[in-house]
Design a protein around this ligand. Structure first.
Ligand SMILES: *[C@@H]1O[C@H](CO)[C@@H](O)[C@H](O)[C@H]1NC(C)=O
Ligand SMILES: *[C@@H]1O[C@H](CO)[C@@H](O)[C@H](O)[C@H]1NC(C)=O
Ligand SMILES: *[C@@H]1O[C@H](CO)[C@@H](O)[C@H](O)[C@H]1NC(C)=O
Ligand SMILES: *[C@@H]1O[C@H](CO)[C@@H](O)[C@H](O)[C@H]1NC(C)=O
Length: 570
């Protein structure tokens, strides 16, 4: 980070003092101006122009976990003490196929209440993990009244078969104890990689691999690979690695307050643990700092969620992550979305390491040691003792992974996101992000090139302000599903008919919508894309896009025809 340039160790106390001295006045003055893009249209809850359908059922709450079936027709939902299968094939309200109860046992509930947890709000089974194991079985884990448990669920024609209590096993490390604790889990090649808290108190984070043929592997608690407050928000598998996204107190910076930092950690899928050293532990665990900051501003240092946008013919794979900040600027919270290239992760994990110098108790840079295979690489074997010895103390990378801010917005905190690319009439791919907020609204944000983003709309999903717990984009259904405390909401990706004129349709700059000159309506863009339909994703300029006469607008600005508003189609 260029701004932290003073001295070789920019986060040292003098460095930080300068940092604050230079930054604070700028931050205070920047407060009002930097609100970020404003949504073009705002729909309040119940607005007839954005009809949402809600699935809810009496006695059910906390619809926290979402999983789409392989054929895309069924949505599995983990709610409090129950798992549901919803038919989402038809537009409109998701229909209940069936539901199976999975309450925590009475004994566990009694023990939970005895340990001073609330029997009204905490001593239940909150579903935290719900993954599709194979064609016939799901795997699920829940908090089980502060005593995590897991089980298989048999499927028959995507109906859920009842859970027999004798098939329920301990789920420590896979589900948190406390429903308030963060967690993440992802199934890759038949193995479950999960990151969460491993104890009742919530002071011992763990990153663990379970299920499948490979040995169970854990992070080493004693070696402090994770800080005691590490809080996991996402896990993304790639061909050889699984990446974890989390937040923890930074130990490598000297700071006058508790400094949060965001991290990406990496393990190799082929890790089998060590023979003599690091038995049953990861031998490839590495972590690095994730940086999401605008130049000259305090970083957004708290990662909230991350998703992968897979590589396409024209673009590399990218991770999009939402961040908030531990600092409130001008009394309001703000959020950012940063884009990270998977190539940058690789580069940083192949660079230098940091290690704690035992004599000075300071974190210092270590070059790449002359050990082959390289410590932390997927070629490390169970008896590569030199590499494993090095790994014990050198698990933090020296360099940061620096993201590109694509959206910065004050007055809002984004909890979850989903991303896709959508082809417009111009043939270009446009990034579309759906962002859930802490107050129950959804922002549809569209990339307009040059890493800038505009907000097409803001939809208040829930009548009462509460955080969006989960988001699942189902492109085949043209909808986003959002989980809340009360139910599951289906949000169509767009309602193009709210734009009644060509001007309105083009101004919306929604890649899903274009003006059909024949029917004179703003419509969802079908495939193949009709070339005569009008849209201008780049400029959003209806003067040219809606001009009658020669179809489409000229690509050469200098040769643009002069058009009077009277000749615009309305
Ligand atoms: C879309 O908008 C039109 C016009 O405001 C409205 O009549 C219609 O009900 C809306 N449909 C949905 C699914 O929101
Ligand atoms: C919780 O415990 C209290 C006191 O033991 C009891 O009165 C109450 O009914 C319990 N609530 C539930 C939901 O079990
Ligand atoms: C799916 O996994 C379950 C649980 O491990 C196993 O019992 C079952 O045989 C598997 N089914 C298939 C089709 O592989
Ligand atoms: C993108 O950036 C380039 C160079 O800074 C500029 O010439 C171009 O007009 C920008 N495009 C948009 C759509 O802002």
């Amino acid at each position: 980070m260029a701004l932290l340039a003073p001295g070789p160790d920019p986060w040292s106390l003098p460095g930080l003092f300068l940092f604050w001295l230079f930054l604070l006045p700028r931050l205070l003055t920047a407060g009002a101006a930097g609100q970020g893009p404003l949504p073009r249209v705002i729909y309040h809850a119940g607005d007839g122009r954005r009809v949402l359908s809600l699935f809810h059922q009496k006695g059910l709450q906390d619809f926290d976990t979402l999983l789409l079936s392989g054929d895309g027709g069924t949505l599995y939902v983990g709610a409090r003490e129950a798992i549901l299968a919803l038919n989402i094939q038809d537009p409109g309200m998701p229909k209940l196929k069936n539901m199976i109860p999975w309450p925590a046992s009475d004994q566990k509930k009694r023990e939970c209440a005895f340990k001073k947890k609330s029997n009204e709000t905490q001593c239940f089974n909150f579903i935290r993990v719900l993954v599709s194991l194979n064609a016939t079985h799901l795997y699920t884990c829940g908090t089980f009244a502060f005593s995590p448990a897991c089980t298989f669920i048999e499927l028959q024609d995507s109906y859920l078969m009842p859970i027999s209590q004798d098939k329920v096993v301990e789920g420590k490390g896979q589900s948190p104890f406390d429903p308030a604790h963060k967690h993440t889990a992802v199934l890759a090649d038949g193995m479950l990689y999960s990151g969460t808290m491993n104890n009742f108190l919530g002071s011992e984070p763990i990153l663990i691999r379970t299920l499948g043929p490979q040995p169970v592997l854990k992070t080493d608690n004693f070696l402090r690979w994770l800080q005691p407050d590490a809080s996991f928000v996402a896990a993304i598998p790639s061909t050889h690695f699984v990446y974890f996204f989390f937040e923890e107190t930074a130990s490598e910076f000297e700071f006058f307050e508790k400094l949060h930092t965001s991290r990406v950690a990496r393990v190799c899928k082929n890790d089998v643990g060590g023979d003599k050293l690091l038995q049953k532990k990861w031998t490839t665990f590495l972590k690095a700092q994730l940086l999401c900051a605008q130049p000259g501003q305090l970083p957004f240092n708290v990662v909230r969620h991350a998703v992968l946008l897979p590589a396409t013919a024209s673009a590399d794979a990218r991770v999009y992550a939402t961040f908030s900040s531990q600092w409130q600027i001008g009394g309001t919270r703000s959020s950012a979305v940063c884009a990270f290239s998977l190539k940058d992760f690789r580069r940083v994990f192949e660079g230098k390491y940091k290690g704690l110098d035992k004599e000075t108790s300071r974190w210092t840079t270590y070059g790449v040691p002359e050990i082959s295979p390289r410590p932390g690489s997927c070629s490390v074997g169970p008896s590569s003792d030199k590499a494993l010895t090095f790994m014990k103390d050198h698990f933090l990378m020296d360099e940061q992974v620096v993201g590109t801010p694509v959206l910065v917005k004050s007055g809002v905190e984004y909890t979850r996101l989903a991303v896709e690319t959508v082809q417009g009439v111009d043939g270009h791919s446009h990034l579309v992000m759906y962002l859930g907020t802490t107050t129950g609204s959804l922002h549809k944000a569209v990339g307009s090139g040059n890493n800038s983003v505009h907000l097409v709309e803001e939809i208040q999903l829930f009548p009462e302000p509460e955080p969006v717990r989960n988001l699942l984009l189902v492109p085949a259904q043209g909808a986003v599903f959002a989980g809340s405390s009360r139910g599951i909401w289906r949000v169509p990706r767009a309602n193009c008919s709210v734009y009644e004129s060509c001007v309105d349709c083009v101004l919306a700059r929604d890649p899903h919508c274009a003006w059909d000159p024949e029917s004179r309506t703003c419509r969802l863009l079908p495939t193949p894309i009709p070339k005569s339909w009008r849209q201008d994703m780049e400029q959003g300029n209806p003067r040219f896009a809606c001009a009658t006469g020669p179809v489409g607008r000229s690509r050469q600005p200098q040769s643009r025809p002069e058009i009077t508003p009277a000749r615009l189609e309305t």
